[in-house]
Design a binder for this molecule. Sequence first.
Ligand code: HMG
Ligand code: MG
Length: 299
Amino acid sequence: MAIPHRVCIVEVGPRDGLQNEKQIVPTATKIEFIQRLAASGLRTIEATAFVSPKWVPQMADHAEVMRALPRGHGVTYPVLVPNLRGFEAALAAGATEVAVFAAASETFSQRNINCTIAESLDRFTPVFVAARTADIPVRGYVSCALTCPYEGDVDPIRVAEIAAMLFESGCFEISLGDTIGAGTPNRTQALIAATAQRVPLNKLAGHFHDTYGQALANIYASLELGMHVFDASVSGLGGCPYAPGAAGNVATEDLLYMLNGMGIETGVDLDRLLAAGSFICGELGRQPQSRVGRARQKS
Ligand code: HMG
Ligand code: MG
């Protein structure tokens, strides 16, 4: 399979990144952050999560964030929804795309959304029905697609099964999450090969956390198989509060640097992206965390 000429980057920093910050980031800062990301040319920016504020207080201002975002600039702002209540609140706040999230590991499912995998799929059924009625595309995540923080390595056949259930229920794309960033390129390719038996490869995306420094290698391995959609988080922000030890996602700047070097189009401007990364790191009181950001600071 040829390496794609064009890649779609799904920026997840405002959601995956900020959900895991100890400090609660002010709503106005989140909005400015998202606008700066959009100004870099990113066309899909996961903005927030309509989850329980008791579970993830960092996302409690979801409605305010969504309502403040400009519409009609060719940018889509998907949001996470764990249930029908989240979907309805997202719709009322103006969301035009949502994402449901399941796991391939029972223990993680319990810890993250307080139900079994089967119960989570049942819980999504009314979301699919309501989304179809409202003409809202639904993306699907499968967490722990490579390794679970509680159960260890996960069988790719199990991941493929859950990905297929989400896809057949109506998800337009399935993002395979290496939630704790423990995967390696060989296992990544085995996962994609198994899942592509059940879901068309061009409907799969990669979501690699970088805990063990493998995220870019895993993305390269995925590109080799023809995958062309990758989630990333500016400045490598992120992690999941219910996945102990998980580091952030692959830094969007580092992913873009690699794709630019390979001549793969994304439509994203590296300097503007670096500026968005510097902005949020400044607000969080830390130095830019991407490798490219750090290299540029020294040069
Ligand atoms: P629960 O406690 O089992 O459910 O939580 P509940 O129905 O008893 O609700 C508990 C409270 O939350 C109630 O409030 C509900 O009303 C309220 P109370 O009556 O006690 O005052 N509630 C809600 N509030 C706002 N919005 C809602 C909502 N639903 C219920 N939608 C639940 C179940 C799913 C709600 C909870 O477990 C939850 O919100 N979990 C979210 C966890 C989360 O956001 N994790 C991080 C995102 S996933 C991730 O990071 C992985 C990913 O990046 C991919 C990867 O890396 O692998 C996507
Ligand atoms: Mg994640």
